[in-house]
Design a protein around this ligand. Structure first.
Ligand code: GLN
Length: 532
């Protein structure tokens, strides 16, 4: 039978619950356990697919094509657990499910209420995830902050879980903030006491507290937290700000959090010391030999989370190449009117990420033209590939005004919708989503990069390269180096005579890990190092 860990957050949001959950997954996995990590999101959308990055940050896509919360990206980067549609549940999905059962008549005669029908549905979904992933441990991260109205049914389901499954099979971890007050020169435990108090009102008594803090916690502060929050002192874990998120598993390991968890579950597991993670990831990320600056030209650069997986994938490629990757975030809209030569001074590579809508497109095209003409290493992702196609059409193939039909009516629709997408009416969950195979062409740059002829990468888009233009493009030096053969769709383009100009219709960033940099990012940074 699986064991369950529920992770809640208190005091404020953005404490890094996702990274804490992923790090706990990591330290338990290193003890030889199979883990699955789930995120329960309290919003009413069925999934984040229709939300804008300002609301939600990046939409993370799983292999099976679910559009999910970006925390699933952390889970996949830190552990070997593969995320799927079973790993992210929202209030919208739960209500959708219960209401469709009600319409079918499954509850005939009953009044449907939050308790027990909604909480039962939540518990069923958690057990379903445990069942499909066949794991020893299921880590369930509950979105939001304790005290929010929206997350109450999830917390209530978590409370019932221990009663249903038995004390030893369920563990509650609460992530909280212990702020440092400068004027008093002290850390303060009161917000933590209040937040644990609120949790206890709901009926959950946490077994472990993870305290986010700027300053180290003294023994007496830990004792105070232990006493007031009714948590054993050794289970008061300190989580200071670190230079890299990849240090967090080591921080937890040092405080024997894995032992505390295993002790609660009465599990005896093999020894581990995380030395490989320390050597291959942490030491390398903290002590790079080289440095390069990469320009990321996007529409949402002021948001930290909009291109989360891309930023992480760049860091992973830096780890591989012993290089610190400095990211210069450039707003594509303002680039339209700026002096590009000046802005790109000192830049060793340009990356144009995915996106939707016309705003900022001309700035992205301008950056790509600069990369192509000045032989600056370039990586285009999804919309970034579509912009590279538009740029090449306009400036190398003499197709003035070429565009994507997503943005404009044009004489040269070099990016357009397939017939199957043109008939789509509902916008939620209807893009080309999830993993598709791609056949790589021999003797191309990507064939060397991947070292394989058949790859599988994740998608999230509606528009495609318009095959009508393939011949003209090829004549002018574009190579179509990857194709989804079943439908003859262009997946990868590259340019003859350019050191590194690759653009892909899929999202390689979702498959990069700190100790296994994605080949496209790895060689992009290698090319950037060579240039700098
Ligand atoms: N807007 C483009 C499309 O739908 C690209 C999407 C993306 O970059 N994820 O095809």
């Amino acid at each position: 039978m699986a064991k369950y860990i529920f992770i809640t957050g208190g005091v404020i949001s953005s404490l890094g619950k996702g990274i804490a959950s992923a790090s706990i997954g990591k330290i338990l996995e290193s003890r030889g356990l199979k883990v699955a990590i789930m995120k329960l999101d309290p919003y009413i959308n069925v999934d984040p697919g229709t939300m804008n990055p300002y609301q939600h940050g990046e939409v993370y896509v799983t292999e099976d094509g679910a559009e999910t919360d970006l925390d699933l990206g952390h889970y996949e980067r830190f552990t070997n657990a593969q995320a799927s549609k079973f790993n992210n549940i929202t209030t919208g999905q739960i209500y959708n499910w219960v209401i469709s059962r009600e319409r079918r008549g499954d509850y005939l005669g009953k009044t449907i209420q939050v308790i027990p029908q909604i909480t039962d549905a939540i518990k069923e979904k958690i057990k379903e995830c445990a069942g499909v992933s066949k794991t020893d441990i299921v880590i369930v991260e509950i979105g939001g902050t304790v005290g929010d109205i929206e997350s109450l049914p999830f917390l209530e389901a978590a409370r019932q879980f221990r009663l249903d499954m038995g004390y030893d099979n369920v563990l509650y971890i609460h992530l909280t903030l212990v702020p440092y007050i400068k004027a008093a020169e002290e850390v303060k435990t009161k917000p933590t006491q209040h937040s644990v108090g609120t949790l206890r009102e709901i009926g959950i008594i946490p077994d472990v507290l993870i305290c986010r803090t700027e300053k180290p916690l003294s023994e007496s502060v830990k004792e105070k937290i232990s006493l007031f929050c009714n948590v054993r002192k050794e289970a008061v874990i300190e989580s200071p700000d670190m230079e890299s998120i990849y240090q967090i598993p080591l921080v937890f390991k040092k405080q024997i959090l894995d032992e505390i968890i295993l002790g609660h579950f009465k599990l005896i597991c093999k020894f581990s010391d995380l030395k490989d993670w320390e050597r291959d990831v942490v030491t390398r990320v903290l002590n790079p030999k080289n440095k390069v600056t990469i320009a990321v030209v996007g529409k949402y650069i002021e948001l930290q989370d909009a291109y989360k997986s891309i930023y992480e994938a760049l860091i992973h490629a830096g780890i591989y190449n012993d290089t610190k990757v400095e990211i210069k975030k450039i707003d594509s809209e303002s680039l339209e009117k700026s002096d590009i030569g000046k802005i790109m001074r000192g830049i060793s590579g340009i990356l144009v990420p995915g996106g939707f809508g016309y705003r900022g497109i001309e700035g992205k095209i301008k950056a790509i033209k600069f990369a192509r003409q000045n032989k600056v290493p370039f990586l285009g992702i999804c919309l970034g590939m579509q912009c590279a196609v538009i740029e090449f059409a306009r400036n190398a193939c003499n197709l003035g005004g070429a565009n994507s039909t997503e943005f404009r009516k044009t004489k040269y629709p070099v990016i357009s919708l397939l017939a199957e997408q043109a008939k789509v009416q509902d916008l939620g969950g209807t893009m080309r989503l999830g993993a598709y195979p791609c056949k790589i062409k021999k003797n191309t740059l990507v064939s060397k990069t991947y070292g394989r002829m058949l790859i599988q990468e994740r998608h999230r888009h509606r528009y495609e390269f318009n095959n009508k233009y393939r011949k003209i493009f090829e004549k002018k030096g574009m190579i179509f180096s990857g194709v989804y053969q079943k439908k003859n769709l262009v997946e990868i383009i590259e340019l003859k005579g350019h050191p590194y100009f690759i653009a892909v219709q899929f999202h390689p960033e979702f498959k990069s890990k700190p100790d296994q940099a994605h080949p496209l990012f790895r060689d992009f940074i290698k090319a950037a190092v060579n240039k700098s």
